[in-house]
Design a protein around this ligand. Structure first.
Ligand code: AMP
Length: 252
């Protein structure tokens, strides 16, 4: 299974291709419960016909599940799943509602389809850890697999939200991945991870980001604060250009 919110791009399709020969259930559902009232639920791009064409072009054996909100959340729906551990900090500092919405809808989608494997992108790295935890803790019969980040030619991580960017904003956005690479280089050089995080945040502002939510170097396995550069770590960032919020991350 590949759960999505639609407005499909090559990043989504790379997940479908990764599934290979078996039948893939692709869900397309813009999940209202993971958006706060001030966020972009209404503006979020939706184009089911185009999504179906793109899925058809993969040649994969696909079942599309595109429920409406009433089917997913009938009247009286009152359950919300909270995942602890790696879901604390980073995204939750800025989108406190987010992972409960994700965990609840992912649990519903996985229980509806009962896939043996579900593929999630490393693009949403913290989400991947939260979903892995969720599946383990609830004993869901589904193996969770993380897929590499698909990027544009300039390195910008593909995202449905990139469609919000004007031409000049798009140019700024292409610097996010470069700043993360520079920040990794700085951290390797100095060994001072907190200094490198500050350097990265300042660099994002310099290249034209309007607000930096975080640049953080964390333990890759559980997102606890990394104190050294000896083990597998991950650099993660979220920043806004105008109203558009972009996220990215890299292995370190
Ligand atoms: P979304 O439709 O944004 O909720 O994404 C659906 C799935 O596709 C999630 O597992 C995302 O992590 C994954 N995804 C989105 N963009 C990318 C990308 N650029 N590379 C790899 N996976 C992605």
């Amino acid at each position: 299974m590949v759960p999505t919110m639609g407005a499909l791009h090559d990043g989504h399709l790379s997940l479908v291709r990764m599934a290979g020969k078996p039948t893939v259930v692709v869900s397309i559902f813009v999940n209202p419960s993971q958006f706060a009232p001030h966020e972009d639920f209404d503006a979020y791009p939706r184009d089911l016909d185009s999504d179906l064409n793109k899925l058809g072009s993969t040649g994969a054996n696909i079942i599309v599940f595109a429920p409406n909100a009433r089917e997913m959340y009938p009247e009286g729906f009152a359950t919300s799943i909270t995942v602890g551990g790696g879901s604390a900090g980073l995204e939750t500092d800025f989108r406190p509602h987010f992972f409960a919405g994700v965990a609840t809808v992912v649990a519903k989608l996985l229980l509806a389809a009962l896939p043996d494997t579900a593929i999630f992108g490393q693009k949403d790295y913290q989400q991947l850890l939260v979903v892995t935890r969720l599946a383990a803790d609830l004993g869901l019969p589904t193996k969770i697999i993380g897929a590499p980040i698909a990027r544009e030619v300039d390195g910008l991580a593909m995202s449905s939200r990139n469609a919000y960017l004007s031409a000049s904003e798009r140019t700024v956005a292409g610097n996010l991945n470069k700043v993360l690479k520079d920040t990794i280089a700085r951290a390797r050089e100095t060994g001072d991870l907190r200094d490198a995080e500050k350097y990265g945040a300042a660099a994002l502002e310099t290249v034209g980001f309007d607000k930096v939510d975080y640049v953080a170097i964390r333990d890759a396995a559980n997102l606890s604060v990394a104190t050294g550069v000896s083990g597998p770590a991950r650099i993660l960032a979220a920043a806004k250009i105008g109203k558009t919020r972009l996220i990215d991350n890299m292995a370190f």
